[in-house]
Design a protein around this ligand. Structure first.
Ligand SMILES: Cc1cc2nc3c(=O)[nH]c(=O)nc-3n(C[C@H](O)[C@H](O)[C@H](O)COP(=O)(O)OP(=O)(O)OC[C@H]3O[C@@H](n4cnc5c(N)ncnc54)[C@H](O)[C@@H]3O)c2cc1C
Length: 353
Protein backbone atom coordinates (compact mmCIF):
# COMPACT_ATOMS: atom_id res chain seq x y z
CA UNK A 1 0.00 0.00 0.00
CA UNK A 2 1.44 3.36 -1.01
CA UNK A 3 0.13 5.63 1.73
CA UNK A 4 1.46 8.73 -0.02
CA UNK A 5 -0.98 8.37 -2.90
CA UNK A 6 -3.55 10.23 -0.86
CA UNK A 7 -6.26 10.23 -3.53
CA UNK A 8 -6.75 6.50 -3.04
CA UNK A 9 -7.98 7.10 0.51
CA UNK A 10 -11.59 7.88 1.34
CA UNK A 11 -14.07 7.91 4.25
CA UNK A 12 -13.91 8.61 7.94
CA UNK A 13 -13.51 5.63 10.27
CA UNK A 14 -14.23 5.34 13.95
CA UNK A 15 -12.72 2.55 16.04
CA UNK A 16 -15.62 0.93 17.88
CA UNK A 17 -13.96 0.08 21.17
CA UNK A 18 -16.02 -2.41 23.15
CA UNK A 19 -15.57 -4.18 26.42
CA UNK A 20 -17.59 -7.31 27.20
CA UNK A 21 -19.87 -6.56 24.28
CA UNK A 22 -20.63 -2.98 25.36
CA UNK A 23 -19.43 0.00 23.33
CA UNK A 24 -17.26 2.41 25.30
CA UNK A 25 -19.14 5.76 25.62
CA UNK A 26 -16.47 7.65 23.66
CA UNK A 27 -17.45 5.68 20.53
CA UNK A 28 -20.79 7.52 20.41
CA UNK A 29 -18.90 10.82 20.71
CA UNK A 30 -16.56 9.81 17.89
CA UNK A 31 -19.57 8.95 15.73
CA UNK A 32 -21.02 12.40 16.46
CA UNK A 33 -17.78 14.13 15.52
CA UNK A 34 -17.04 11.71 12.66
CA UNK A 35 -20.43 12.49 11.11
CA UNK A 36 -19.61 16.21 11.01
CA UNK A 37 -16.20 15.58 9.46
CA UNK A 38 -17.56 13.09 6.90
CA UNK A 39 -20.31 15.52 5.87
CA UNK A 40 -17.81 18.34 5.45
CA UNK A 41 -15.59 16.25 3.20
CA UNK A 42 -18.58 14.62 1.48
CA UNK A 43 -17.68 11.01 2.32
CA UNK A 44 -19.11 8.13 4.34
CA UNK A 45 -18.81 7.57 8.07
CA UNK A 46 -17.70 4.03 8.87
CA UNK A 47 -16.92 2.08 12.02
CA UNK A 48 -14.44 -0.73 12.51
CA UNK A 49 -15.54 -3.28 15.07
CA UNK A 50 -13.64 -6.25 16.43
CA UNK A 51 -14.92 -8.82 18.91
CA UNK A 52 -16.50 -12.21 19.29
CA UNK A 53 -20.23 -12.55 18.62
CA UNK A 54 -21.01 -8.88 19.10
CA UNK A 55 -23.34 -8.61 16.08
CA UNK A 56 -25.74 -6.39 18.05
CA UNK A 57 -23.03 -3.74 18.29
CA UNK A 58 -22.78 -3.50 14.51
CA UNK A 59 -26.49 -2.61 14.42
CA UNK A 60 -26.02 -0.15 17.27
CA UNK A 61 -23.21 1.60 15.39
CA UNK A 62 -25.49 1.98 12.39
CA UNK A 63 -28.25 3.44 14.54
CA UNK A 64 -25.73 5.98 15.79
CA UNK A 65 -24.83 7.05 12.29
CA UNK A 66 -22.32 4.61 10.72
CA UNK A 67 -22.95 4.12 7.00
CA UNK A 68 -20.73 1.04 6.98
CA UNK A 69 -19.46 -1.21 9.75
CA UNK A 70 -16.37 -3.31 9.06
CA UNK A 71 -16.77 -6.20 11.46
CA UNK A 72 -14.12 -8.77 12.39
CA UNK A 73 -15.85 -11.52 14.36
CA UNK A 74 -13.23 -13.83 15.80
CA UNK A 75 -12.77 -15.68 19.07
CA UNK A 76 -9.23 -14.29 19.26
CA UNK A 77 -10.72 -10.79 19.52
CA UNK A 78 -12.87 -11.57 22.55
CA UNK A 79 -10.49 -9.66 24.82
CA UNK A 80 -8.47 -6.67 23.73
CA UNK A 81 -4.85 -7.37 22.83
CA UNK A 82 -2.51 -4.96 21.09
CA UNK A 83 -1.40 -7.58 18.55
CA UNK A 84 -4.85 -8.87 17.67
CA UNK A 85 -6.55 -5.53 17.22
CA UNK A 86 -3.58 -3.93 15.45
CA UNK A 87 -3.63 -6.73 12.90
CA UNK A 88 -7.32 -6.50 12.02
CA UNK A 89 -7.16 -2.74 11.65
CA UNK A 90 -4.08 -2.87 9.45
CA UNK A 91 -5.63 -5.55 7.23
CA UNK A 92 -8.82 -3.49 6.87
CA UNK A 93 -6.97 -0.22 6.20
CA UNK A 94 -4.91 -1.87 3.48
CA UNK A 95 -8.05 -3.22 1.84
CA UNK A 96 -10.48 -0.30 2.25
CA UNK A 97 -8.16 2.71 2.61
CA UNK A 98 -9.83 5.22 4.96
CA UNK A 99 -8.58 8.81 4.93
CA UNK A 100 -9.24 9.47 8.63
CA UNK A 101 -9.29 7.12 11.64
CA UNK A 102 -10.59 8.35 15.00
CA UNK A 103 -9.84 6.36 18.14
CA UNK A 104 -10.97 7.24 21.68
CA UNK A 105 -8.06 8.26 23.92
CA UNK A 106 -8.94 5.55 26.47
CA UNK A 107 -6.32 3.19 27.87
CA UNK A 108 -7.06 0.80 25.03
CA UNK A 109 -7.11 3.53 22.38
CA UNK A 110 -3.84 5.05 23.57
CA UNK A 111 -2.24 1.62 23.36
CA UNK A 112 -3.67 0.71 19.97
CA UNK A 113 -3.35 3.92 17.96
CA UNK A 114 0.46 4.35 18.02
CA UNK A 115 0.95 0.69 17.16
CA UNK A 116 -1.36 0.99 14.17
CA UNK A 117 0.14 4.32 13.07
CA UNK A 118 3.72 3.07 13.17
CA UNK A 119 2.79 -0.08 11.26
CA UNK A 120 1.08 2.00 8.60
CA UNK A 121 3.89 4.55 8.64
CA UNK A 122 1.47 7.44 9.02
CA UNK A 123 0.87 10.37 11.38
CA UNK A 124 -0.98 10.25 14.67
CA UNK A 125 -2.04 13.13 16.90
CA UNK A 126 -2.76 12.00 20.44
CA UNK A 127 -5.47 13.23 22.77
CA UNK A 128 -7.14 15.74 20.44
CA UNK A 129 -9.74 18.11 21.86
CA UNK A 130 -10.82 19.72 18.58
CA UNK A 131 -11.02 18.45 15.00
CA UNK A 132 -11.80 20.47 11.89
CA UNK A 133 -11.64 20.05 8.14
CA UNK A 134 -9.57 22.66 6.33
CA UNK A 135 -12.04 24.13 3.80
CA UNK A 136 -9.21 24.65 1.25
CA UNK A 137 -7.72 21.19 0.93
CA UNK A 138 -10.07 19.03 3.08
CA UNK A 139 -7.23 17.93 5.32
CA UNK A 140 -7.88 17.21 8.98
CA UNK A 141 -6.75 19.90 11.44
CA UNK A 142 -6.14 18.21 14.76
CA UNK A 143 -5.88 20.38 17.85
CA UNK A 144 -4.55 19.21 21.21
CA UNK A 145 -3.25 20.87 24.37
CA UNK A 146 0.55 20.80 24.58
CA UNK A 147 3.25 21.90 27.01
CA UNK A 148 1.15 21.32 30.11
CA UNK A 149 -1.94 22.81 28.50
CA UNK A 150 -0.26 26.17 28.02
CA UNK A 151 -0.55 26.12 24.24
CA UNK A 152 -3.00 24.54 21.86
CA UNK A 153 -1.17 22.90 18.96
CA UNK A 154 -2.95 22.36 15.63
CA UNK A 155 -1.37 19.53 13.69
CA UNK A 156 -1.93 18.26 10.14
CA UNK A 157 -0.72 15.13 8.42
CA UNK A 158 -0.34 16.41 4.87
CA UNK A 159 1.30 13.60 2.98
CA UNK A 160 0.37 10.21 4.39
CA UNK A 161 -2.90 8.40 4.89
CA UNK A 162 -4.84 7.60 6.95
CA UNK A 163 -4.76 10.71 9.15
CA UNK A 164 -5.04 9.30 12.66
CA UNK A 165 -6.21 10.94 15.89
CA UNK A 166 -6.94 9.75 19.35
CA UNK A 167 -9.70 11.90 20.79
CA UNK A 168 -10.14 12.79 24.42
CA UNK A 169 -13.32 11.27 25.89
CA UNK A 170 -15.99 13.70 27.04
CA UNK A 171 -15.12 16.53 24.65
CA UNK A 172 -17.10 15.87 21.47
CA UNK A 173 -20.89 15.92 21.22
CA UNK A 174 -22.55 12.52 21.17
CA UNK A 175 -24.25 11.16 18.04
CA UNK A 176 -28.03 10.97 18.30
CA UNK A 177 -29.59 7.53 17.92
CA UNK A 178 -31.80 7.12 14.86
CA UNK A 179 -33.47 3.73 14.45
CA UNK A 180 -34.21 4.54 10.79
CA UNK A 181 -30.61 5.15 9.78
CA UNK A 182 -29.54 2.46 7.32
CA UNK A 183 -26.05 1.05 6.97
CA UNK A 184 -24.15 -1.92 5.66
CA UNK A 185 -22.24 -4.51 7.68
CA UNK A 186 -19.11 -5.77 5.94
CA UNK A 187 -17.66 -8.92 7.49
CA UNK A 188 -13.89 -9.01 7.54
CA UNK A 189 -12.12 -12.30 6.91
CA UNK A 190 -9.13 -11.73 9.10
CA UNK A 191 -5.97 -13.78 8.74
CA UNK A 192 -5.49 -13.52 12.49
CA UNK A 193 -4.11 -16.67 14.13
CA UNK A 194 -3.27 -17.57 17.70
CA UNK A 195 0.45 -17.21 17.03
CA UNK A 196 -0.06 -13.53 16.07
CA UNK A 197 -1.04 -12.71 19.65
CA UNK A 198 1.91 -12.64 22.02
CA UNK A 199 -0.01 -11.73 25.16
CA UNK A 200 -2.34 -13.90 27.16
CA UNK A 201 -5.18 -12.35 29.15
CA UNK A 202 -5.14 -14.31 32.39
CA UNK A 203 -7.76 -12.37 34.30
CA UNK A 204 -9.62 -9.06 34.06
CA UNK A 205 -10.12 -7.46 37.45
CA UNK A 206 -12.55 -4.60 38.00
CA UNK A 207 -11.87 -2.18 40.83
CA UNK A 208 -14.67 -1.77 43.32
CA UNK A 209 -15.04 1.98 42.88
CA UNK A 210 -18.46 3.46 42.61
CA UNK A 211 -18.91 3.76 38.92
CA UNK A 212 -20.93 6.93 38.36
CA UNK A 213 -19.01 8.12 35.39
CA UNK A 214 -17.81 11.72 35.49
CA UNK A 215 -18.04 11.95 31.72
CA UNK A 216 -21.71 10.94 31.71
CA UNK A 217 -22.89 13.13 34.60
CA UNK A 218 -25.14 16.09 33.76
CA UNK A 219 -24.32 17.89 37.02
CA UNK A 220 -20.86 17.87 38.55
CA UNK A 221 -20.14 19.47 41.90
CA UNK A 222 -16.38 19.80 42.18
CA UNK A 223 -14.31 20.59 45.23
CA UNK A 224 -10.84 22.08 45.47
CA UNK A 225 -8.43 23.01 48.26
CA UNK A 226 -10.93 25.64 49.37
CA UNK A 227 -13.20 22.98 50.87
CA UNK A 228 -10.44 22.50 53.47
CA UNK A 229 -10.88 18.78 54.26
CA UNK A 230 -12.25 15.44 53.08
CA UNK A 231 -15.53 16.03 54.93
CA UNK A 232 -16.23 18.94 52.58
CA UNK A 233 -17.01 16.37 49.90
CA UNK A 234 -19.87 15.07 52.06
CA UNK A 235 -21.45 18.52 51.83
CA UNK A 236 -20.86 18.65 48.06
CA UNK A 237 -22.34 15.15 47.78
CA UNK A 238 -25.58 16.49 49.32
CA UNK A 239 -25.83 19.12 46.59
CA UNK A 240 -24.96 16.50 43.96
CA UNK A 241 -27.68 14.19 45.30
CA UNK A 242 -30.19 17.04 45.23
CA UNK A 243 -29.40 17.57 41.51
CA UNK A 244 -28.89 13.94 40.52
CA UNK A 245 -25.25 14.64 39.78
CA UNK A 246 -21.85 13.50 40.92
CA UNK A 247 -18.69 14.73 42.61
CA UNK A 248 -15.53 15.99 40.93
CA UNK A 249 -12.31 17.43 42.30
CA UNK A 250 -9.25 19.49 41.52
CA UNK A 251 -5.85 17.85 41.54
CA UNK A 252 -4.95 19.69 44.73
CA UNK A 253 -7.88 18.02 46.52
CA UNK A 254 -6.84 14.63 45.13
CA UNK A 255 -3.20 15.22 46.12
CA UNK A 256 -4.37 16.12 49.62
CA UNK A 257 -5.80 12.60 49.81
CA UNK A 258 -9.39 13.81 50.28
CA UNK A 259 -10.80 11.94 47.29
CA UNK A 260 -9.82 9.32 44.75
CA UNK A 261 -7.96 10.24 41.56
CA UNK A 262 -10.86 8.88 39.47
CA UNK A 263 -12.73 12.07 40.45
CA UNK A 264 -10.03 14.46 39.23
CA UNK A 265 -11.08 16.91 36.54
CA UNK A 266 -8.46 18.50 34.34
CA UNK A 267 -5.59 17.98 32.04
CA UNK A 268 -4.21 14.98 33.92
CA UNK A 269 -7.64 13.85 35.06
CA UNK A 270 -10.93 13.53 33.20
CA UNK A 271 -12.37 16.03 30.73
CA UNK A 272 -16.02 16.73 31.41
CA UNK A 273 -18.81 18.57 29.63
CA UNK A 274 -21.82 18.47 31.97
CA UNK A 275 -24.89 20.70 31.77
CA UNK A 276 -23.79 22.38 35.01
CA UNK A 277 -20.33 22.38 36.59
CA UNK A 278 -20.13 23.85 40.08
CA UNK A 279 -16.55 24.71 41.11
CA UNK A 280 -16.37 24.99 44.90
CA UNK A 281 -13.14 26.40 46.32
CA UNK A 282 -11.26 25.87 43.06
CA UNK A 283 -8.93 28.66 41.93
CA UNK A 284 -9.20 27.87 38.19
CA UNK A 285 -5.65 26.91 37.25
CA UNK A 286 -5.19 26.40 33.50
CA UNK A 287 -4.72 22.65 34.01
CA UNK A 288 -8.10 22.46 35.77
CA UNK A 289 -9.84 24.65 33.18
CA UNK A 290 -8.55 22.35 30.42
CA UNK A 291 -10.89 19.68 31.76
CA UNK A 292 -14.11 21.62 32.33
CA UNK A 293 -14.26 24.86 30.40
CA UNK A 294 -16.57 23.40 27.74
CA UNK A 295 -19.30 22.70 30.32
CA UNK A 296 -22.64 24.24 29.31
CA UNK A 297 -22.93 26.32 32.50
CA UNK A 298 -20.15 26.96 35.02
CA UNK A 299 -20.95 28.18 38.51
CA UNK A 300 -18.01 29.19 40.72
CA UNK A 301 -18.07 29.57 44.48
CA UNK A 302 -14.91 31.15 45.87
CA UNK A 303 -13.95 33.50 48.69
CA UNK A 304 -11.50 35.34 46.46
CA UNK A 305 -13.31 37.50 43.94
CA UNK A 306 -10.15 37.69 41.83
CA UNK A 307 -9.83 33.93 41.42
CA UNK A 308 -9.29 33.07 37.73
CA UNK A 309 -12.20 30.60 37.85
CA UNK A 310 -14.54 33.62 37.66
CA UNK A 311 -13.18 34.39 34.18
CA UNK A 312 -14.76 31.22 32.78
CA UNK A 313 -17.77 31.13 35.14
CA UNK A 314 -21.23 31.95 33.83
CA UNK A 315 -22.31 32.61 37.41
CA UNK A 316 -19.96 33.56 40.20
CA UNK A 317 -20.71 33.49 43.91
CA UNK A 318 -18.18 35.25 46.14
CA UNK A 319 -18.40 33.48 49.45
CA UNK A 320 -17.40 30.59 51.67
CA UNK A 321 -18.36 27.15 50.36
CA UNK A 322 -19.63 26.24 53.82
CA UNK A 323 -22.08 29.19 53.77
CA UNK A 324 -23.09 29.03 50.14
CA UNK A 325 -23.59 25.33 49.46
CA UNK A 326 -26.08 24.70 52.30
CA UNK A 327 -28.03 27.76 51.13
CA UNK A 328 -28.05 26.51 47.56
CA UNK A 329 -29.41 23.19 48.76
CA UNK A 330 -32.19 25.05 50.62
CA UNK A 331 -32.90 27.31 47.68
CA UNK A 332 -33.17 24.45 45.25
CA UNK A 333 -36.54 23.76 46.80
CA UNK A 334 -37.53 27.18 45.53
CA UNK A 335 -36.26 27.11 41.92
CA UNK A 336 -37.67 30.48 40.96
CA UNK A 337 -35.55 32.42 43.42
CA UNK A 338 -32.44 30.51 42.48
CA UNK A 339 -32.92 31.21 38.82
CA UNK A 340 -33.41 34.94 39.55
CA UNK A 341 -30.24 34.99 41.59
CA UNK A 342 -28.24 33.27 38.91
CA UNK A 343 -29.48 35.74 36.34
CA UNK A 344 -27.24 38.41 37.76
CA UNK A 345 -23.77 37.53 36.61
CA UNK A 346 -21.94 37.84 39.91
CA UNK A 347 -23.73 37.29 43.17
CA UNK A 348 -22.63 38.45 46.56
CA UNK A 349 -23.19 35.86 49.23
CA UNK A 350 -25.31 38.34 51.22
CA UNK A 351 -27.95 38.04 48.49
CA UNK A 352 -28.43 34.44 49.48
CA UNK A 353 -29.59 35.34 53.02
C1 LIG B 1 1.44 19.16 34.56
C2 LIG B 1 0.33 19.54 35.49
C3 LIG B 1 -0.89 18.92 35.37
C4 LIG B 1 -1.95 19.28 36.22
N1 LIG B 1 -3.17 18.66 36.05
C5 LIG B 1 -4.22 19.08 36.81
C6 LIG B 1 -5.53 18.54 36.65
O1 LIG B 1 -5.75 17.62 35.85
N2 LIG B 1 -6.53 19.03 37.41
C7 LIG B 1 -6.35 20.03 38.34
O2 LIG B 1 -7.32 20.44 38.99
N3 LIG B 1 -5.13 20.54 38.53
C8 LIG B 1 -4.06 20.09 37.80
N4 LIG B 1 -2.84 20.61 38.03
C9 LIG B 1 -2.66 21.48 39.21
C10 LIG B 1 -3.10 22.91 38.99
O3 LIG B 1 -2.03 23.64 38.45
C11 LIG B 1 -3.51 23.56 40.32
O4 LIG B 1 -2.47 23.42 41.25
C12 LIG B 1 -4.78 22.97 40.94
O5 LIG B 1 -5.80 22.90 39.98
C13 LIG B 1 -5.21 23.84 42.09
O6 LIG B 1 -6.30 23.26 42.74
P1 LIG B 1 -7.34 24.13 43.60
O7 LIG B 1 -7.96 25.11 42.70
O8 LIG B 1 -8.20 23.17 44.32
O9 LIG B 1 -6.40 24.79 44.70
P2 LIG B 1 -5.93 26.28 44.87
O10 LIG B 1 -5.29 26.77 43.64
O11 LIG B 1 -5.14 26.32 46.13
O12 LIG B 1 -7.29 27.08 45.06
C14 LIG B 1 -8.12 27.00 46.16
C15 LIG B 1 -9.19 28.06 45.99
O13 LIG B 1 -10.15 27.95 47.03
C16 LIG B 1 -10.52 29.25 47.41
N5 LIG B 1 -11.03 29.13 48.79
C17 LIG B 1 -10.33 29.00 49.95
N6 LIG B 1 -11.17 28.83 50.97
C18 LIG B 1 -12.42 28.85 50.48
C19 LIG B 1 -13.71 28.70 51.04
N7 LIG B 1 -13.88 28.48 52.34
N8 LIG B 1 -14.77 28.78 50.23
C20 LIG B 1 -14.62 28.99 48.89
N9 LIG B 1 -13.43 29.15 48.32
C21 LIG B 1 -12.34 29.06 49.09
C22 LIG B 1 -9.28 30.09 47.27
O14 LIG B 1 -9.62 31.46 47.10
C23 LIG B 1 -8.67 29.48 46.02
O15 LIG B 1 -9.10 30.16 44.85
C24 LIG B 1 -1.77 20.26 37.20
C25 LIG B 1 -0.52 20.88 37.33
C26 LIG B 1 0.51 20.54 36.49
C27 LIG B 1 1.84 21.24 36.63
Amino acid sequence: MDNRDIKQFKNVWVFAEQRNGILTPVVIELLGEGRKLANEIGVELCAILGGYNVDGLADELIRFGADKVYYANNELLKNYTTDGYTKIIIEAVEEFKPEIILIGATHIGRDLAPRVASNLNTGLTADCTKLEIDPEDKKLKQTRPAFGGNIMATIVCPERRPQMSTVRPGVMDKAVEDADHKGEIIKLNTKLTKSDIRTEVVEIVKTKKDLISLTDAEFIISGGLGIKNADGFKLLQKLADRLGGTIGASRAAVDAGWIDHSRQVGQTGTTVKPKVYVACGISGAIQHLAGMQNSDIIIAINTNENAPIFEVADYGIVGDVYDVVPKLIELLDDDKRLVDLFNSNRIDVSQLQ
